[in-house]
Design a binder for this molecule. Structure first.
Ligand SMILES: Cc1cc2nc3c(=O)[nH]c(=O)nc-3n(C[C@H](O)[C@H](O)[C@H](O)COP(=O)(O)OP(=O)(O)OC[C@H]3O[C@@H](n4cnc5c(N)ncnc54)[C@H](O)[C@@H]3O)c2cc1C
Ligand SMILES: Cc1cc2nc3c(=O)[nH]c(=O)nc-3n(C[C@H](O)[C@H](O)[C@H](O)COP(=O)(O)O)c2cc1C
Ligand code: SF4
Length: 645
């Protein structure tokens, strides 16, 4: 029994189903299924691992309920016909065998059909703006007739029955996130004037009809839950007050639990929030709905750490928590919480780089920036090395620390060298703005793992002369700022981005940040929010190049609240004593400043590696030392090398 998280780790019921703890894996499309919607072996391994990590219940990702317009994305899971049942039964069995209650979400995508192919269905002919931009007229939904609505209602009921036949113990109706049901619920997307449009009663009709049909087919004792967005966060969308009324009506109709999320795909930052949005972002909505119904409430969204979950559960914020990304970053999150070892949980940093970005924007299966094992379960396992070797890791950034952890677990004898007084490398600079603070628990986690594994850390610069006694050297030496050869760059007014971040107090009131990539844009935003007068200068036509989409959206909102001046298509030509000269499309001009911050990129630090190779030593590069990149690259390159060496 957990002393630290007693409520989180205590059993409770949803309908007639008892969960061993209050943790449900939130449903998340994985891109791991077969093209015809059947379950793949890869998905079986993935879900088995997720279940083995200790969650009370695994809600399998959304599964489309019909073969007409319900399928949303590539490699989407299907539950639309009996051909899908054998694979689903295999999946349910594996989840149960690994200790969790198997649940599945059933869904119709409505107008939010990533595939962009007709038929796209909706209550009204109002397209999803993203799809309109991509596909134009083809994205306009076919307006469902009453008969077609009834067919969809029955398709949900049939799908729920298939879930039950396959051995799932809970079925969750997807009534959130901008898919078909919310298209009916939201006045923005529903402009009907029949029984399914207009009044709140009419807009919620399809939810109740679906629940009735599902209940009729699965019987009174089978657990049925629904996922709702507390609000869609759209200016003319549905407010929490309407969702509360919907929740009350669903309770009356016999729902067994309500899983509360938020947003749609247009307001994605409220659904899959990046680190610039506060943690537990939609917990307020779960708390509000809980005040009005008695059925169990599952709070979800950005509940990254067990302490947040325990707080929600003990302050009337919900009865269960739904965790999505946190169980990708660390599938053993529940087991570690139960063992009172929260310090061993690898915390999701809400970067979206390994998950959302990959699946929605590059059509790949999901993985995690911090956990390359996701989608490669059973393949990328940490196994004992054939022979223990004496290995030096030079660099205590994320890449060096991750290599050290994995190689030590494999039985190697590791010594880590770090020349700065602190571990974490550039993660320290990355975590400096208040809106990047999710990175701090990651540094803490990595440092803790080194300590627990007893890996000695030499706090000094390692040169080739220090490395003779080692069988191999891992150069995790990171990257350093690029300083361009431009007149005046060595004037006292100019500083590189890393120096600036570490000496915020020394930065003048009026600042020019040169370089609108990730580092420059974030530094400019941070300074603007701290009250500096900031001009951001970028050579390309737009800023925030290389920034993840959800960060881009969150930063855009924040930038709009500052008076930051943005100059794109602008080239730095000279640093002056009191500002800079730039070349723009309309001519040259001076920008006055007290401080000039040069954020013009980073270059891989390979000096030591070159020396070692020249001397014939076994040496390897990992992380930024290969090519200045991201946390994803630091973890993935290190983990993979550590499995091989
Ligand atoms: C301001 C900023 C914000 C960022 N934000 C993000 C973000 O939001 N998301 C993201 O994915 N990435 C971000 N990054 C990039 C990310 O921080 C890097 O990709 C990552 O830190 C690289 O890890 P690493 O271990 O390879 O190198 P580093 O983190 O650079 O670590 C290298 C370490 O090696 C040490 N070292 C070097 N040579 C020696 C030597 N000879 N002896 C001893 N020690 C040595 C250095 O002191 C350093 O601590 C950001 C970077 C910066 C600068
Ligand atoms: C790649 C990806 C796929 C998702 N797929 C689904 C889904 O199938 N059904 C659903 O209700 N929510 C889906 N979501 C939303 C998550 O369930 C969850 O609400 C969101 O990730 C925020 O919670 P978290 O911070 O715990 O991850 C998805 C999120 C991501 C990142
Ligand atoms: S890729 Fe980033 S956001 Fe996604 S699960 Fe991993 S740490 Fe979390």
């Amino acid at each position: 029994m957990s002393k630290m998280f007693p409520t989180l780790c205590s059993p409770a019921k949803i309908g007639n189903v008892t969960l061993k703890n209050r943790i449900l894996k939130a449903p998340q499309s994985s891109g791991m299924n077969n093209m015809d919607g059947t379950v793949s072996e890869r998905a079986i391994r993935y879900y088995s691992d997720q279940a083995a990590g200790g969650a009370g219940c695994i809600i399998v990702e959304y599964a489309y309920v019909d073969d007409i317009g319900a399928k949303s994305a590539h490699c989407h899971l299907g539950i639309s016909n009996n051909e899908h049942i054998p694979g689903l039964a295999w999946l349910a069995e594996c989840i149960r065998e690994n200790g969790a209650v198997p649940a599945i979400q059933i869904e119709h995508c409505g107008r939010q059909k990533f595939l962009g192919t007709q038929p796209i269905c909706g209550p009204s002919a109002i397209p999803w703006p993203k799809l309109w931009d991509q596909y134009g007229i083809q994205s306009v939904p076919h307006v469902l007739t009453i008969e077609e609505i009834q067919d969809i209602v029955h398709a949900f009921g049939d799908a729920a029955l298939r879930a039950k036949q396959a051995g799932f113990e809970i079925v969750e109706i997807h009534g959130a996130h901008g898919y078909l049901l919310t298209n009916f619920f939201s006045p923005t997307t529903n402009q009907r004037n029949d029984l399914y449009g207009g009044s709140l009663e009419n807009r919620m009709r399809i939810y109740l009809e679906i629940l009735r049909d599902v209940r009729k087919k699965v019987g009174p004792d089978f657990a049925v839950t629904i996922r709702l967005s507390g609000t869609d966060y759209e200016p003319d969308g549905f407010p929490i007050e309407e969702t509360v009324e919907l929740a009350k009506a669903l309770e009356k109709e016999g729902i067994d639990g309500i899983h509360v999320s938020g947003g749609d795909h247009h307001t994605m930052i409220h659904q899959v929030s990046p680190m610039a949005i506060e943690v537990c972002h939609n917990a307020w909505a779960a708390r509000e709905i809980k005040k009005h119904v008695k059925v169990p409430i599952i709070a979800s969204g950005s509940i990254t750490l067990p302490k947040y979950a325990e707080e929600i559960l003990t302050t009337e914020g919900g009865d269960f928590v739904g965790l999505g990304r946190p169980l990708w970053a660390d599938p053993e999150w529940p087991a570690k919480a139960a063992a009172d070892r929260p310090e061993d949980i690898r915390p999701c940093i809400r970067c979206n780089e390994g998950c959302l970005e990959r699946t929605f924007f590059t059509y790949k299966a999901v993985t995690c920036a911090l956990n390359p094992v996701i989608s490669r379960e059973g393949e990328l396992k940490i196994k004992p090395a054939d022979k223990s070797r004496k290995i030096a890791v030079v660099g205590g950034g994320p890449a060096g620390m991750e290599f050290a952890r994995v190689a030590k677990l494999r039985g190697h004898d590791i010594t880590l060298f770090e020349e700065r007084g602190i571990l974490g490398g550039l993660l320290n600079e990355a975590a400096a703005p208040e809106f990047k603070s999710d990175i701090l628990p990651l540094i803490k986690y990595q440092v803790t793992q080194l300590k627990k594994l007893g890996i000695p850390v030499e706090q000094r610069r390692a040169g080739i002369e220090d490395l003779d006694q080692f069988d191999a050297v891992i150069c995790a030496t990171g990257s350093t700022p690029i300083i361009p050869r431009i007149a005046g760059v060595d004037k006292p007014i100019a500083v590189d981005s890393l120096t600036a971040i570490n000496k915020m107090d020394a930065i003048g009131k009026k600042v020019v940040v040169v370089g609108g990539g990730l580092v420059g844009s974030e530094t400019a935003l941070d300074l603007a929010e701290r009250g500096h007068q900031v001009t951001l200068v970028e050579l390309l036509p737009q800023i925030m190049n290389g920034v993840a989409v959800t960060d881009f959206l969150a930063y855009s909102e924040r930038i709009a609240k500052t008076d930051m001046r943005i100059m794109t298509d602008t080239r730095l030509t000279e640093v002056l004593d009191d500002g800079i000269m730039v070349e723009t499309k309309t001519g040259n001009q001076k920008i006055s400043a007290d401080t000039v911050i040069l954020a013009l990129g980073l270059k891989a630090e390979q000096g030591l590696y070159d020396e070692l190779k020249t001397a014939g030593k076994e040496a390897y590069l990992v992380g930024d030392a290969i090519c200045a990149g991201k946390i994803f690259d630091a973890f993935h390159t290190s983990y993979r090398l550590a499995l091989k060496i």
